[in-house]
Design a protein around this ligand. Structure first.
Ligand code: NAP
Length: 342
């Protein structure tokens, strides 16, 4: 038997009459919580779907400024280079392979009326000479935008104890050491102009600890904290720094080939990043972090509202276990077909 609505209202009435102060305080607390929820939901909605971000002209678009993009021959980085060129920046693109760089540079230069430069460097094993060459290229241009995009994850999900040492070294050197070095080389040019933009491409794996991707996850968490500290240091000097929190995007790294609502193509993903500069969107409340792509924004915000961190970690663990099992089956199939071909 459930109490009738009339009976429940009667109980509430008695509670208010007998305990006016505690019930009043509870009602005020509930009202405040609801108002806060409604306010943040409205902000996230407006920032994600309605309000434009900072105009790229502020950072020198169509005024001769350069955009420097790392990891720019494929996936998200290639799109950043292309869309920043379309917005009117000259572009310096950096990756490992000189031939791929030339192809991308001439494709971009053929489409947009801007200049391009390339620099080949292996961010996993950079030499002092390669940093010097980058430094001399940067000293000859005015940089308006730096996109620290290059990143490496584990080949397949793997427990930390079984992760090969060279994979750990490579992830840390690319994602952390090289990103910091590039930023130190480029920053003087941004500071000289007293305005500039640094976008560091982060990952949900940096926000939600990801078992079986522990080193990658930790490296992206490093980038997140470092970006926030750097952003505060540089704010008064005219430089905007943002960590772009990224969920899945179709690319070679994600090994996802088909876009879905929550997994966009790099094109749509980068368009949303560049049109929301300065807005946190789904990362509202975490200074200098942004989750601009609409589906990622909603996921980020909802996860933050629910707040069950332990559950996300164990869900990620089971997800990565099944991804590893699939990857191992694929490897076995490939090994079998190579054996048959021989
Ligand atoms: N895709 C996703 O679902 C996803 C999700 C979260 C975060 N992210 C982040 O987004 C960023 C870009 O990822 P993506 O998916 O676009 O990757 P991607 O498609 O695999 O492209 C990686 C780019 O980096 C370059 N690169 C790789 N290793 C390099 C090295 N050692 N030295 C120099 N360049 C190197 C590659 O060019 P070469 O091979 O020609 O050198 C390529 O241009 C990464 O920081 C990643 O962590 C991606």
């Amino acid at each position: 038997m459930f109490p009738s609505p009339h009976h429940s209202l009667g109980c509430i009435h008695h509670l208010i009459r007998d305990y006016p102060i505690p019930t009043g305080l509870l009602a005020a607390l509930g009202g405040l919580t609801l108002a806060r929820f409604a306010f943040t939901a409205t902000c996230v909605f407006l920032q994600t779907f309605v309000l434009p971000g900072i105009n790229l002209a502020r950072f020198g678009a169509r005024k001769g400024a350069w955009a420097v993009v790392t990891g720019a021959t494929d996936g998200i980085g290639r799109e950043f280079a292309s869309q920043l060129a379309k917005a009117g920046f000259n572009v310096l693109i950096i990756s490992r392979n000189e031939e791929k760089l030339s192809v991308v540079a001439s494709e971009i230069a053929g489409k947009y009326n801007i200049q391009t430069k390339t620099h080949a460097i292996d961010f996993a094993k950079p030499t002092e000479k390669s940093w010097e060459v980058l430094g001399s290229i940067i000293s000859g241009i005015e940089v308006g935008v730096l996109v620290n995009n290059v990143g490496r994850s584990h080949d397949i999900p793997v427990y930390f104890t079984e992760t090969p040492q060279d994979e750990i070294d490579s992830i840390l050197t690319i994602n952390i050491n090289s990103t910091l070095r590039v930023t130190q080389i480029v920053l003087p040019s941004l500071l000289a102009r007293k305005k500039g933009l640094i976008l560091n491409i982060g990952s949900f794996a940096g926000a939600v600890p990801s078992p079986m991707l522990a080193t990658y996850s930790g490296s992206k968490a490093f980038l997140s904290t470092w970006s926030q500290a750097l952003a505060e240091e540089l704010k008064s000097r005219g430089i905007t720094v943002q960590l772009i929190n990224t969920f899945f995007v179709v690319s070679a790294m994600s090994k996802i080939r088909k876009p879905t609502l929550s997994t966009p193509l790099p094109n749509a993903y980068v368009r949303s990043v560049l049109s929301h500069i300065g807005s946190p969107c789904g990362a509202l409340g975490r200074p200098y972090i942004a989750t601009p792509y609409w589906a990622h924004s909603l996921i980020d915000w909802v996860l933050g509202q629910i707040g069950l961190a332990g559950l996300y970690i164990s869900y990620t663990h089971s997800l990565q276990k099944s991804i590893r099992a699939r990857a191992l089956r694929r490897r076995a199939r490939e090994a079998e077909s190579t054996k048959q071909a021989e």
